[in-house]
Design a binder for this molecule. Structure first.
Ligand SMILES: O=P(O)(O)OP(=O)(O)OP(=O)(O)OC[C@H]1O[C@@H](n2cnc3c(O)ncnc32)[C@H](O)[C@@H]1O
Ligand SMILES: [Mg+2]
Length: 194
């Protein structure tokens, strides 16, 4: 199946291509000159659907939207929906991490609980009244300093107790198997087969 990924994030594209394998031909929206959708929703679900509809409308192809982020308990769920632009500059992972660590200065390990959330939305066409929607959650906590260099975004400061290391210290295949995105995609595949 040929489909368009409604995202400009290279990290997402890389992970989703690995996850989807050969049965899907996943094209970045940039290949068709599609600009980013306005993320005006108040939830990951709303934004994932907005993104997918926008890309499908512009390309005429089925589309996959990914809206994701890091929700930190000590910060009332921030950066959450605004994870990509937490520092004020969209997509600046270094500045986003610096701001996050600054806001958690002095917060003890057991109060640094957090989770990665990913919602994937699939639309068959731009006005599809029945988008397929799947959510994945990955529990962990925010480290005091960066560890590792794999992955993207907040991976260097996200500690996964299940793995005993940061997300950026995991090989791609392990992150993809156990991450919020990997879990959401496994659920979406089940919905696609139903
Ligand atoms: O909207 P698109 O174009 O898809 O790209 P984006 O980077 O703006 O994506 P989001 O709006 O969904 O914001 C998600 C942000 O959450 C963070 N994030 C999401 N998944 C992550 C992961 O697997 N590892 C690390 N950080 C992640 C990262 O900072 C992303 O930029
Ligand atoms: Mg975005």
């Amino acid at each position: 199946m040929k489909l368009v990924l409604a995202s400009s994030n290279a990290g997402k594209l890389f992970e989703l291509r690995e996850l989807l394998g050969d049965a899907f031909e996943l094209h970045a929206q940039s290949e068709f000159g599609v600009e980013d959708a306005e993320e005006t929703g108040l939830s990951f679900i709303e934004n994932a659907i907005l993104k997918a509809r926008h890309a499908s409308s512009a390309t005429g192809l089925p589309a996959l939207g990914d809206d994701s982020g890091l929700c930190v308990d000590a910060l009332d769920g921030a950066p959450g929906l605004y994870s990509a632009r937490y520092s004020g500059v969209h997509g600046n992972a270094e500045a986003n991490i610096d701001k996050l660590l600054g806001n958690l200065l002095g917060v003890a390990d057991d109060a640094r609980t957090a989770r990665f959330v990913c919602v994937l939305a699939f639309v068959r066409h731009a006005t599809d009244p029945q988008p397929l929607v799947a959510e994945g959650i990955w529990e962990g906590r925010v480290l005091h300093a960066r560890r590792g260099s794999n992955g993207f975004g907040y991976d260097p400061v996200f500690f996964s107790p299940a793995h005993g290391c940061s997300a950026a210290e995991l090989p791609t295949a392990t992150k993809n198997r156990d991450s919020h995105r990997g879990i959401a995609l496994a659920k979406l595949r089940t919905l696609l087969q139903a």
